[in-house]
Design a protein around this ligand. Sequence first.
Ligand code: ADP
Ligand code: MG
Length: 238
Amino acid sequence: MHSLKLSRIVKTFGPIEVLKGVDLEVKPGEFVVFVGPSGCGKSTLMRIIAGLETQTSGTVEIGGRNVDATVPAKRGIAMVFQSYALYPHLTVAGNMTLALKEDGVPKAEREARVEKAAGLLQLTPLLKRRPAELSGGQRQRVAIGRAIVREPQLFLFDEPLSNLDAALRVATRLEIAKLHRTLNATMIYVTHDQVEAMTLADRIVILNGGTVQQVGRPIDLYNRPDNLFVAGFIGSPK
Ligand code: ADP
Ligand code: MG
């Protein structure tokens, strides 16, 4: 598991400053949830951490190492998005193993990792199916499985449950909480769902307009919001 340190992250798109100097330290094994209104820069920040987007200024450290010049594949990160593009022609097992093949992981090791991840995510009976034969929730679990098999030190989840119906959202949220306990990995998770944030997070980061409004344990944000925006979000009667 890896620590994460963001220092003064600024990102501009043309004339628009989307991130205005974000500082954050995440401890190894911590579950940190980013929340904030649509357009406040959550996905941009995740993409910068993953190396899919370059910050205008500021630094990203993963596991105590500056990764600003490190390509995404070498950052030890796995990302799970809202839109989980699975390969339709491959089975569940094929989808989960593909990146491992590209990484050069030997076949026996690949199979062992897929079996373990499938067990964790209750995908074992589905390994031979193709994505078209799965429900939305099952597909999202495959997308999570595909991330797990790479044994990343840091997971990034960007609204992974938004496409699921309410019951599946709860079930998948519980799976993710279980994974965090089992894998002992560091997890950064974006949501605009207060219940997800309150139940999953060790600490919540409230973002608005490209700045961090407050960082703290769910109970502390609830009891002692720093401003009305945080109070409104967490729903505490200030
Ligand atoms: P969130 O995930 O919090 O909804 P985003 O990080 O996706 O927000 O977007 C933050 C802002 O940056 C939005 O105003 C969005 O339109 C803008 N933005 C994001 N990506 C780009 C891009 N590639 N080019 C221009 N503007 C972008
Ligand atoms: Mg987003």
